[in-house]
Design a binder for this molecule. Structure first.
Ligand code: MN
Length: 425
């Protein structure tokens, strides 16, 4: 199978550093979510990815045991480091990896990162969380809904690097042309529910943009943890539609590259090399085929805009029919969005960002103290378009997220964080 990958990692809105690591080395893909105080988590997850990258050639999709061995080796390497250095004692990492073969995708999994399959519009989780709450769910002591919001939902019962040996799950999957796989850390799944993930993966054809959108959703939901998303599109090489060479989507996806990269690369220091996270440049991965000499881009389906247009047309009709204008006003008074006002300040509006038939259907609700220019560049586009909110509370949450985002990026320019990242492309 050819694999076309999209990837993005983000520190989120709350954590100081990004302790997630990932690897894109087709046909091998890994997500690891490190834990342990003070950068130890970063060491754990990057060590896992490093070992797997170095020894990954020995892993075959047809041999689950080879993947298990690979993960055991990573476990030993992390465990040894944690024994040798008191500062790293107790560190650990999740690890979810897949090797994609022609007929089989073979996974190896420890912890609470997840693998999902999107097929025929259905999303199914392929891995089982090794967490306290999941154990309680299986024992019938907790419902799945309760588990999602349980205060101890992030306590893992299995991780790499904690003990000399680790039990590894190795689920396999018969793959089909057109399958889409998702590997992600819990920073996504604890913030964004499954139906939202399914909708996003179903609606966005481009894997890089799908990954970007999922990360944005997690950030908009509060971004309480580091978020890492790999979207893998499987293709057996059969081209169903001729390639449209006028397609400019490849170029535009370069434009949406996460600006976090600047943070990630700026802080690399001299001693960082032995603990580098192998991660690939999300720009470079966009639109790249990994496992065959056939270079093809997936043909982008035209975006389905008509329901929106239809909605707008209906609204215009309603608006034009005189008194109904006030009805619309009333309806819109329950909509909010966060945008920018004329003086360049981030502002909460009541109404909708779009103009309809030349009418502005918005009203300033509250001007915040945050200047547009202080908002990190990658969020400025969204802000200019207007970030919709379901309620005033929701809008206020968005604003506080933007403020902490702005503060975080300010800090990282003052004291560049040592994220020890290097590119693998
Ligand atoms: Mn996490």
């Amino acid at each position: 199978m050819n694999v076309r990958a999209g990837a993005r990692t983000d520190v989120g809105l709350v954590r100081e550093g990004n302790e997630d690591s990932f690897l894109i080395d087709g046909p091998l893909f890994v997500v690891a979510d490190g834990m342990g105080g003070h950068l130890a988590g970063d060491v754990a997850s990057s060590t896992a990815v490093e070992v797997i990258s170095e020894e990954g050639r020995s892993a075959s999709a047809d041999d689950p045991h080879s993947l298990e061995t690979l993960v055991q080796h990573a476990n030993s390497a992390i465990y040894k480091k944690s024994q040798d250095d008191p500062a790293l004692h107790g560190m650990g990492t999740t690890c979810t990896l897949v090797v994609v073969g022609d007929h089989l995708a073979q996974f190896a999994h420890v912890g609470d990162s997840r693998a999902y399959l999107l097929r025929d519009g259905e999303l199914s989780q392929l891995t089982e969380d090794h967490t306290l709450v999941n154990r309680m769910v299986r024992e019938g002591r907790l419902s799945a809904e309760e588990a999602d919001h349980h205060p101890q939902r992030n306590i893992v019962t299995r991780a790499l690097g904690v003990d000399p040996n680790v039990a590894v799950d190795t689920p396999g999957l018969q793959v089909r042309n057109g399958d889409r796989l998702l590997l992600c850390s819990d920073g996504l799944t604890s913030m964004v529910d499954g139906s939202r993930i399914r909708e996003t993966l179903s609606a966005e054809e481009d894997p890089q943009r799908a990954a970007d959108q999922l990360v944005e959703l997690a950030i908009q939901a509060g971004g309480e943890d580091n978020i890492t998303v790999l979207v893998l599109d499987l293709n057996d090489g059969r081209v169903e539609t001729p390639i449209d060479t006028s397609d400019t989507n490849t170029i535009s996806s370069v434009g949406t590259a996460p600006t976090d990269d600047a943070d990630d690369n700026s802080g690399r220091n001299a001693s960082g090399s032995q603990e580098s996270v192998i991660r690939s440049d999300p720009v470079g991965t966009s639109g790249t085929d990994f496992s065959s000499g056939v270079l093809r881009r997936d043909v982008m389906a035209p975006r389905k805009r008509w329901p929106r247009r239809l909605g707008a047309a209906l609204l215009i009709l309603v608006v034009l029919s005189g008194g109904a204008y006030f009805l619309v006003r009333t309806l819109l008074s329950n909509s909010f969005f966060v945008g920018v006002n004329d003086t360049g300040m981030v502002t909460i509006y009541r109404g909708i960002p779009d103009e309809i038939a030349g009418l502005t259907l918005r009203q300033e609700e509250r001007e915040t103290d945050l200047a547009f220019e202080d908002v990190p560049p990658f969020m400025q586009d969204d802000l200019e378009e207007g970030i919709r909110a379901d309620s005033l509370d929701d809008a206020e949450t968005t604003v506080s997220n933007l403020i902490s985002r702005a503060e975080a990026s300010e800090e990282s320019t003052e004291t560049p964080q040592d994220e020890n990242k290097k590119n693998n492309n």
